[in-house]
Design a protein around this ligand. Structure first.
Ligand code: CTP
Ligand code: CA
Length: 227
């Protein structure tokens, strides 16, 4: 009975998730990226699917595969492509979770030919990418919007700042310097903080388990809001 009413909350809802790194091109053979594996976002997509949600996963470059063929997977490479894919699906979504590790900068100039090395140092000018999550926060029309925060110091304070400045409903704070946590490995340790400043620590576990806990917390928050 309890299980059923819990499942009903995510069941049939449109859930939009982003996962993985982005890749920002320098020339035909080089790019900038980061150590995100995509595992946290893929685990969220799989778990949301199991809970009956209608899931769209916008994925940056990763080797990962989905086991649930009902999930709508949209592959992207750059931050700019992720921006467009997320906005394309945003308005018709109920819950949006931004687990991707988006590049903050990209090379200002992209070379058509492979860059030739020269004597001495190379200085490359980088420009800011769009803050996708912040732009979604500005466009929100009732979507429950969840961001991630990757921090190596003052995780709670920095995570809370991101919730505020990006107009989020909740933020999943990832202390990437803690043992067993971070965006590359199989496990994670996170703190879930909602806009009412309620916080819940999810201790060291496999990313599948962390994903399930995050989704349960989102459900609980949605339920509280709908009451
Ligand atoms: N994010 C985004 N678009 C960007 C950068 C980040 O959508 N160009 C999103 C991430 O997907 C994540 C959240 O913003 O959900 C926080 O990302 P994070 O890198 O922790 O924070 P930033 O806002 O980029 O700030 P900083 O890296 O300086 O800590
Ligand atoms: Ca960043």
């Amino acid at each position: 009975e309890l299980h059923q009413s819990r499942n009903l909350l995510l069941s049939g809802r449109k859930v939009l998730i982003s996962a993985g790194p982005t890749r920002e091109k320098v020339d035909p053979v080089r790019f900038f990226t980061n150590r995100s594996s995509g595992r946290m976002g893929f685990a969220l997509a799989e778990e949301a699917g199991k809970m009956g949600a209608d899931v769209t996963l916008v994925a940056g470059p990763t080797e990962l595969e989905l086991s649930n063929s009902a999930i709508n997977r949209v592959d992207v490479t750059t931050a700019e492509e992720m921006y467009h894919a997320m906005h394309e699906h945003f308005l018709q979504s109920d819950i949006v979770i931004k687990a991707a590790a988006v590049a903050d900068y990209r090379p200002k100039h992209v070379y058509d030919e492979k860059m030739k090395k020269q004597d001495g140092n190379l200085t490359m000018e980088m420009e800011r990418t769009k803050d996708i999550l912040k732009s979604l926060g500005e466009e929100k029309t009732g979507q429950y919007l969840v961001g991630f925060a990757a921090e190596t110091s003052n995780p709670l304070e920095n995570g809370w700042k991101k919730l505020k400045t990006k107009n989020l409903d909740a933020v999943v704070i990832n202390n990437v310097s803690a043992e067993g946590a971070g965006f590359h490995g199989e496990t994670n340790i996170v703190t879930f903080v909602n806009k009412h400043h309620e916080q819940q620590e999810i201790p060291l576990a496999n990313k599948q388990v962390i994903a399930e806990e995050i989704l349960k917390l989102i459900e609980r928050n949605l339920k509280d809001e709908e009451e």
